[in-house]
Design a protein around this ligand. Structure first.
Ligand SMILES: *[C@@H]1O[C@H](CO)[C@@H](O)[C@H](O)[C@H]1NC(C)=O
Ligand SMILES: *[C@@H]1O[C@H](CO)[C@@H](O)[C@H](O)[C@H]1NC(C)=O
Length: 332
């Protein structure tokens, strides 16, 4: 076959397949040092927490087992908008090779698991995660202007839907006082439930939920409505009139904790393991897993476009290109 034919075969192969495609899928145990070009941190994180870690693997498992992306260092240039490409993972639990969220930073947290996503929302003093005081923040997602994500190479894992797995679609808003992080169950509608184009509209518009301080709870919930979708019309950020947020979806089976903590005494630059606690850190790390699987089943990105966001178009083109390249390899 000529290269041109190979490309055509690859493309049609892709078009008949699944709605989304990703160039690779990882587990923490097989993730490479860098999953994206231009990445400043790492996905090969080991297990020991460390307040200077550059780990960019985040976990979203439960009320007391979640991570947030935040700047690697404090000070000038660390506004979320300025540091989004290089942010690192801060977690409630040891065992992931990330930094730990210092105890007391989170003032209220609400974890909800729905049929389509898991989500944590809340408030806190996130200056202890190097976010400058007063920073109104911004949005992180795996797409970014260059398609490599913000942070570049950030990966999200969860065992909420079964075995620990990578959740490719996620969105995380961070400011100095508020956070929200949603990661979506793999499936054709994941990009919609984790839509990332409304990056100027903040947590409460994108992820209507409980944000109250003083409460730490975990619930089951309905998925509600995908952000930006109002009946048959889809709002485009920047249009003259911004519609109100969707109502907070119903939740049930809530359980509460008085607070959440990791038991380690950490400041933003050091960890002093607590001599007494040793309570938490029962994390599972699968002993084996599929190695990075190339999913050349591309193209559906095109079919699922609801909004002509330019980021989306870049991503789609990239996915097609990767799909066709992998397809070409398979054909050969
Ligand atoms: C792994 O990534 C880190 C952070 O980007 C970098 O400092 C280190 O040199 C990399 N290690 C290897 C072996 O490439
Ligand atoms: C934390 O990680 C840094 C490298 O990022 C390393 O130099 C340091 O020794 C580690 N600290 C501990 C306590 O493991």
């Amino acid at each position: 076959m000529t290269p041109f034919n190979v490309l055509l075969v690859a493309l049609s192969f892709g078009l008949s397949a699944r709605a989304q495609s990703y160039s690779a899928t990882y587990l923490p145990s097989n993730a490479p040092n860098h999953s994206e070009k231009g990445q400043t941190g790492t996905n090969k994180c080991g297990t020991a927490a460390n307040q200077t870690s550059l780990c960019q693997n985040a976990y979203l498992n439960s009320l007391d087992d979640f991570c947030l992306f935040a700047p690697p260092k404090p000070g000038k240039g660390s506004d979320i908008g300025d540091s989004e490409q290089i942010e690192v993972s801060w977690c409630m639990n040891d065992g992931y090779g990330t930094r730990l969220i210092p105890d007391g930073s989170i003032h209220g947290a609400h974890f909800v698991q729905t049929p389509d996503f898991v989500q944590i929302t809340g408030t806190g003093d996130l200056t202890s995660l190097n976010i400058p005081k007063g920073d109104e923040g911004g949005e992180l997602d795996p797409h970014g202007a260059d398609g490599n994500g913000n942070p570049i190479g950030g990966l999200v894992f969860s065992s909420a839907f079964g075995q620990l797995e990578q959740l490719h679609e996620w969105t995380n808003f961070m400011s100095s006082t508020e956070f929200c992080f949603r990661a979506c169950k793999p499936g054709p509608k994941a990009p919609q439930w984790c839509e990332h184009v409304y990056d100027l509209l903040g947590c409460e518009w994108n992820m209507p939920a409980n944000y109250a301080a003083g409460t730490f709870e975990q619930c089951l919930g309905d998925s509600g409505l995908p952000m930006g979708v109002y009946g048959s019309s889809t709002f485009e950020q920047g249009a003259p009139h911004t519609p109100p947020p969707h109502p907070i979806p119903k939740s049930s089976s809530c359980s509460k904790m008085s607070t959440i903590k990791n038991g380690a005494i950490v400041t933003s630059s050091s960890i002093l393991p607590s001599t007494t606690s040793a309570s938490v850190s029962t994390t599972t790390s699968p002993s084996s897993g599929p190695s990075a699987t190339a999913a050349g089943k591309s193209s559906g990105g095109v079919l699922t476009i609801a909004l002509p966001g330019w980021e989306r178009l870049v991503v789609t083109a990239g996915a097609l290109l990767i799909g066709s390249m992998v397809g070409a390899v398979i054909v050969l």
